[in-house]
Design a protein around this ligand. Structure first.
Ligand SMILES: NC(=O)c1ccc[n+]([C@@H]2O[C@H](COP(=O)([O-])OP(=O)(O)OC[C@H]3O[C@@H](n4cnc5c(N)ncnc54)[C@H](O)[C@@H]3O)[C@@H](O)[C@H]2O)c1
Length: 405
């Protein structure tokens, strides 16, 4: 049993903390967000993720999982420190690594014995090397440590199953000692012969971006085929189904839609394009996928306009606010492009999402250009859903005034 600290208890960090505790490790989940930790300490779950509550609850009850905002103490008490903080896009599309550097600095300041720093966040190639240099500098080189890249491949909405039964675990490090420790951390998976890839840090960092960019490109490809189907009378579902029967293609990520979104594909494709540029080369393919995806989001409104040229005064229902089912995550969701476009055309927008509700509802209901008299109110419909988050009160709402409807 390893003593582990997971810094960052968001979508990845909380699932990682709970999953590693489920493997039998002793885990502290640490976060700077006091409200998140408060919810967790009271037995709640601050995000919507099916099945996560049960895993957290059983491990807290078993005494293997604790939560704190005291990151320094959590690091001191642990031998293995996972960093699962956010790496959002910076102004130029590159990954913003400030939170990673903050955690690495805290690691260095609390390095009172040999410890392993594991980067679970998605970070550009070279980050592991820079992390090592930073820790060495900040700790004064008094203690031994190792840096490992262990990218995460879970999908929101099925994150618990993905973490507990992954397609593969990727561990990047040149240190033999760290490799042995990682095997111990993932012992429960190794016993089940889950594919376990040991490589160097750079390869592990690239594997994550390459995987996400490939999947994003695959989605973009089928979206373009769908656009052609729309014009020539093909059925993209039939096309995708038959394509997916080819073992070389596989049916996964061949679902056409309004463009990929979420907290990973948009930012990771942008970051990968920036990594190429930073290394003096271009990825024409990924850049094209990014551009095509932006167009795809807007094409939803174009399609609507083709059957209803004047949207002014029309009530339009938007089904789905999150970027996919079973999550409350709306980061980079196509809905965030589609809704403002519809509003700009003068449409009244009614939104339904069974999960992404409470805080997103508040976001959309903020008065924007409409002034205080046009403060939108909740749609009067009484939708309920078995998947609705316990935090949601009303999952259907209008982005404009009830009087406008
Ligand atoms: N969400 C996914 O589906 C997914 C999947 C695979 C990989 N990833 C990667 O995992 C990383 C985390 O993603 P996420 O979706 O969990 O993000 P998130 O925003 O949900 O969670 C990040 C957490 O880190 C905390 N945090 C930020 N700075 C901190 C600090 N200095 N000290 C302690 N806590 C801090 C935040 O309060 C937040 O709770 C990203 O690099 C992302 O690309 C995400």
């Amino acid at each position: 049993m390893k003593k582990i600290c997971v810094v960052g208890t968001g979508y990845v960090g909380l699932v990682t903390a709970a999953g590693l505790a489920d493997f039998g490790n002793s885990v502290i989940g640490a976060d700077i967000d006091e409200s998140k930790i408060d919810i967790l300490k009271k037995g709640g779950i601050p995000i919507y993720e099916p099945g996560l509550g049960e895993v957290v609850e059983r491990n807290v009850k078993a005494g293997r999982l604790h939560f704190t905002t005291d990151i320094n103490s959590a690091i001191r008490k642990s031998r293995v420190i996972f960093s699962a903080v956010g790496t959002p896009p910076g102004d130029g599309g590159e990954a913003d690594l400030r939170a990673v550097w903050t955690v690495a600095t805290a690691f260095a300041k609390n390095l009172d014995s040999y410890k392993v720093f594991i980067n679970k966040s998605t970070v550009p190639v070279g980050t592991g090397k820079k992390t090592h240099e930073l820790i060495l500098k900040e700790s004064g080189g008094k203690q031994h440590f190792d840096v490992v890249s262990n990218p995460e491949f879970l999908r929101e909405g099925s994150a618990v199953g993905d973490f507990l039964n992954p397609d593969r675990v990727v561990v990047g490090t040149r240190s033999h000692k760290a490799r042995e420790i990682m095997k111990d951390v993932y012992h429960a998976l190794l016993m089940r012969t889950v594919p376990y890839v040991e490589t160097n840090i750079e390869s592990a960092e690239i594997i994550k971006y390459a995987s996400n960019a490939f999947l994003a490109t695959k989605i973009t490809f089928i979206n373009e085929i769908a656009n052609l189907c729309d014009i020539v009378g093909g059925d993209v579902k039939e096309v995708a189904r038959a394509m997916g029967m080819d073992g070389r293609i596989s049916p996964k990520f061949l679902h056409a839609g309004p463009g990929f979104g979420g907290s990973c594909f948009p930012k990771d494709t942008m970051a990968l394009a920036e990594i190429f540029k930073a290394n003096g080369i271009h990825t024409r393919l990924v850049e094209a996928a990014i551009a095509a995806n932006e167009h795809q989001k807007q094409s939803v409104v174009d399609k609507l306009r083709s059957v209803m040229p004047i949207l002014q005064g029309k009530t339009v229902a938007v089904l789905g606010l999150a970027f996919k089912p079973n999550t409350d995550d709306t980061r980079f969701s196509p809905s965030k492009v589609v809704i403002p476009l519809l509003e700009a055309e003068g449409a009244h927008v009614q939104v339904f999402d069974p999960v992404a509700s409470a805080q997103h509802r508040a976001l959309y209901l903020q008065p924007r250009d409409h002034g205080p008299d046009h403060r939108p109110t909740a749609c009067p419909c009484a939708h309920t859903s078995p998947r609705a988050s316990p935090r949601s009160s009303t999952s259907c709402f209008s982005t404009r005034t009830a009087g406008d409807l």
